[in-house]
Design a protein around this ligand. Structure first.
Ligand SMILES: [Zn+2]
Length: 307
């Protein structure tokens, strides 16, 4: 008996070894030229016919959908990013001081929405606040990864509006070590309300219940940390935790833990880095909001990818 596989077995082998590839490539047929002794070395053409993969059209549709969602998110990120520096500059004042109404040279900031909306330029052309290019680039990247990670799910319509407000808060915290209530509290309310609405829509991939509980729990935990060591964490960070807990809680308790841990880790690494570089001392205060927000972004990316 010659040690040659039968045509049937060849077909089975090829099918078994290639089927994972076929699922991806979806070619309609494969051919196998096979020499069978005893049949005058006749070449038998073995064809495994398969109909087009039923998921192919769906897969293609999803790719097109993802392209447009990511493109719209990038436009949204870049567009809102251009508006952040002016608002950040105006909000960057010590507590009990009114919001800035003039550029550093004293020219009044008029314009759309009583001077809150617009580029970071006064009527005389002076620039102020954080770099518009840097903020717009950061916003573009954040919105692109949020869209790519979340996909066509209703919660993306909550993450995208929250992103520019979060970056605005981070910019103000960096400038004056402060997270203004006028931004944080409405942000917490809109995160919880937005997720409540998203949970009602088809395709939602999270839980409003754990979002609400996450908000309360993280707020309470940070309040305890604040009461124990008010110098380590600002009260603004406690209020910010209401937002972060809601966002992370959408993806469940594991993500609440992971995102919070990531935020503290980022802050600690930065703080230790500053001390090692001789640019800060153990007692120096660093703005913690940006790190907590970055940790929350990491949690969202992790949670939206989790099975
Ligand atoms: Zn000016």
């Amino acid at each position: 008996m010659p040690d040659v596989a039968s045509p049937k077995r060849c077909g089975t082998l090829i099918w078994t070894s290639l089927s994972p590839w076929l699922v991806r490539r979806s070619s309609s047929s494969i051919a196998c030229s096979h020499v069978v002794p005893g049949l005058n070395n006749m070449h038998l053409l073995l064809t495994v016919d398969r109909s087009p993969h039923p998921n192919e059209a769906e897969h293609r549709l999803r790719s097109v959908e993802m392209f447009w969602i990511t493109a719209m998110a990038i436009l949204w990120g870049a567009g809102t990013g251009l508006l952040i520096p002016r608002a950040a500059y105006r909000l960057s004042v010590p507590p009990q001081e009114p919001w800035r109404t003039a550029c550093p040279a004293g020219h009044p900031l008029g314009g759309t929405a009583t001077g809150w909306l617009g580029r970071a330029r006064c009527t005389e052309g002076d620039r102020f606040g954080p770099s518009t290019a840097a903020v717009a680039l950061l916003m573009t990247v954040i919105c692109a990864v949020l869209a790519a990670s979340t996909g066509a799910r209703p919660e993306l319509l909550v993450w995208l509006p929250l992103a520019p407000i979060a970056v605005l808060l981070a910019a103000v915290d960096v400038a004056v070590h402060r997270l203004p209530d006028v931004v944080v509290l409405p942000l917490a309310a809109s995160a919880i309300a937005g997720l409540g609405a998203a949970a009602l829509l088809p395709g939602a991939d999270g839980s409003w219940r754990t979002a609400l509980l996450g908000s309360l729990t993280l707020g309470a935990c940070n309040l305890v940390v604040f009461l124990i060591n008010p110098r380590g964490l600002g009260f603004g960070d406690v209020k910010l935790a209401l937002v972060l807990g809601a966002v992370l809680g959408w993806y469940g308790w594991t993500i609440v833990l992971a995102g919070t841990f990531a935020g503290y880790l980022f802050g600690a690494v930065y703080g230790i880095g500053l001390i090692l570089a001789g640019r800060a001392e153990r007692t120096s205060r660093i703005p913690f909001g940006p790190f907590l927000l970055a940790g929350t972004l990491a949690g969202v990316l992790l949670g939206s990818h989790a099975p």
